[in-house]
Design a binder for this molecule. Sequence first.
Ligand SMILES: *[C@@H]1O[C@H](CO)[C@@H](O)[C@H](O)[C@H]1NC(C)=O
Ligand SMILES: *[C@@H]1O[C@H](CO)[C@@H](O)[C@H](O)[C@H]1NC(C)=O
Ligand SMILES: *[C@@H]1O[C@H](CO)[C@@H](O)[C@H](O)[C@H]1NC(C)=O
Ligand SMILES: *[C@@H]1O[C@H](CO)[C@@H](O)[C@H](O)[C@H]1NC(C)=O
Length: 362
Amino acid sequence: MQKLHKIVILICLCAGIFLIIVWNINNKLYVEIFESDGVVYKSVLTRSDELFDLKLNYTLNSKLCENKSEQYFAVFIVTSYFANVETRSAMRRAYSNEDLKQMGLRRVFLLGFNDRDKFLTQASIANEAERFGDIVQGNFKEAYRNLTYKHVMGLKWISNYCSNTKYVIKMDDDTVVDMKQFLDLLKKLKLPSPNYIVGYILRGMAPIRERANKWYVTNDEYKLSKYPTFVSGWLYVTTPQVAMEISNLAYEDNYFWIDDVLVTGIFAQKLKIRHLNLNRYFAVHAELMDCCLQDLPNIRCDFLIGPNGGDNDMFYNFNKLSAECLANKCPHRSRPLNETCVVEKKDKLEHGNAIIHAYKLS
Ligand SMILES: *[C@@H]1O[C@H](CO)[C@@H](O)[C@H](O)[C@H]1NC(C)=O
Ligand SMILES: *[C@@H]1O[C@H](CO)[C@@H](O)[C@H](O)[C@H]1NC(C)=O
Ligand SMILES: *[C@@H]1O[C@H](CO)[C@@H](O)[C@H](O)[C@H]1NC(C)=O
Ligand SMILES: *[C@@H]1O[C@H](CO)[C@@H](O)[C@H](O)[C@H]1NC(C)=O
């Protein structure tokens, strides 16, 4: 009797192992080991070319992370609209690829395609890619309901090509960041584990249910009355491990077009990724950035990150003036900017890059 028991248990065990092996063969295409910050992560890249319902193909790819023996401090993945040549140019003028290399950084721009753009052809994008080598373009059409493809493509690209970095910084091309001060802040920041997303935290946001609104979300798209806590897609910092976990989820989960809600909210919740708050460094309105610019380089700006409000050159000007200000040890403002700032109100919503606008953040 006892013998029979043992045989049954043995058979069950063998069947179990067999099933696990078969399941693994089916689901895991390859295994890659990468190191970051002294910690070795085992990355199981799953069906690496699938992005929700899209068979992802990079129509243009970047070789900026080609040298696998290099270790970066941070890699910027910048979601950029196909035709936003000027914002990309302002960012490159502020910090060229060479400048970034010297600082242990890399930056790529994430694009979709648009064969109907009035001003720009695919040939000129290919040209730009050849000249700067920093363009990653996916085989999906530019549309704000396709922004999730773009966002997750960036995280997937990190997993596939550029995981040898301490931090991953996702930002939009119409976000301005004071690079020097922000990187200094990041160097001081001690993440308690690799399982974090750091940025502008949004809590208790509700989907917009008015049909006329550009950000209208149907019940089929999202059922609950509140979004989980998420982080604004303007700019956030995370780790290659999180980038990998999220991009692995993206082939088995439902598509939702509000990309920051899905990626930094819904996925983060499923993966038990925690949020860390940098809200006080964000200017939530473009006017605050304009006020800062008026006083730079004589008075320091309270904010390190904000929207460009349609001013394509702001990234360059802001960084240049702020660096000058720091070099001259300029003073901080005596009263908070939000109480003194009065400039013409702007209301520019370009390509719907930022849901944050629609919510009137503070
Ligand atoms: C993927 O993109 C490359 C260009 O980068 C192209 O040559 C190839 O045909 C594409 N493959 C598919 C399956 O679309
Ligand atoms: C790759 O990076 C390492 C470390 O920085 C460097 O020593 C090496 O020369 C690089 N290789 C190439 C082909 O650039
Ligand atoms: C998103 O991209 C796909 C693939 O190119 C395309 O078929 C679809 O029409 C795009 N969505 C929108 C809303 O344009
Ligand atoms: C300005 O910001 C500070 C904190 O950053 C806040 O305490 C204060 O209420 C704000 N003032 C206005 C007028 O919004």
